[in-house]
Design a binder for this molecule. Sequence first.
Ligand code: SF4
Length: 377
Amino acid sequence: MAARESSSSGMRGVAAVPSYVVMQPTTLCNLDCAYCYLPLRAADRRMPVSVAEAVAASVNPWSASGRFSVVWHGGEPLAAGREHLAALLAPFDPRVEHHVQTNATLIDDEWCDFFVAHQVRVSVSVDGPRERNGDRVTRGGRPAYDRILRGVAALRRRGLPFSALAVVSRPTPGLAAELYEYFLDLGCDVLGVNIEETEGVNTRDNAHEAADVTAFWAELVAAWRREPRIHLREVEWTLRYAAAVLDGVADDVLPRQLDPIPTIGHDGSVTVLSPELAGFTDPRYDDFSSGNVLETPLAEILAGAERTPWVGEFLDGVEACRSSCPYFGFCGGGHAANRYFELGRFDGTETEHCRNSKIRLLEGVLEHARDHQSPAA
Ligand code: SF4
């Protein structure tokens, strides 16, 4: 099949080499958050070491030619246990950077030793102060907040830097400033903010008033500008785009090809572009996977990823976005899983997710800029 990307048409295809891979050491999570999208989080299906060895066979050569990351993302990756996670890390070249996305509830001094020994960067999922964490509960339905803070305290005690990822279910006035203050105190060095998404097994509605979401982002950028001590992921993306527009190089912001972001499931299956599709099936698309590393090298699977039926449909959707959406230069066409779970197909365009997290993000930053522009000279 001919590659879809062509410099003459500007059409975007899927790159054959990713900048990182996501790996699922176990499907199990010890929490049961209300908004979680994962279908198998009550089951402990662990990744065999043979899967990690197969992934490393492709990843190690990639890491020789530049920065390359493996993101361990479950379930709760620490639920796989230190011994098993160490065995999964072992096949990777020391140049590969390892990251873990964790609910922090299992972090203790032994885990901190593990992070130091294996040079693992930690990102903690927490939604703000105690009263904002009502959706983050144990399997018994009890609040997880104290356990999360115990894990964060262990990281801080040991001086380990960490990122934080917060989910916002309802953007309301005052919330963004409150969250920013909280995360300044928490001690993270990077903060990502996700507006809750309707995807996977989470069917909760994510439609909000446009003005509320725009105001949320405007308030967040204002709080950050007052005290920009931490990297604020979404705001920094947006400011980079705005600077590129002002410099007349906006066309250079999006990579020429989509990063395939392969997610390696516990069983070795490879799902490209959207980790949230892993583990789901649909009679039209089968199980969304593009292959299995136990049968085919990862590099070979990615080289042929565009032949996966739903991926071609998604690329048509990206082109539909390009021709219809004024925000395309910033967004690049959104995420496959949001289209599928909101629209039931991959070749649609606008979703509630892209309104909340792309369109209104950009509008919020611009609103802040308009409200704070210097008086005309
Ligand atoms: S904002 Fe939405 S409609 Fe516009 S390019 Fe992104 S995904 Fe497509």
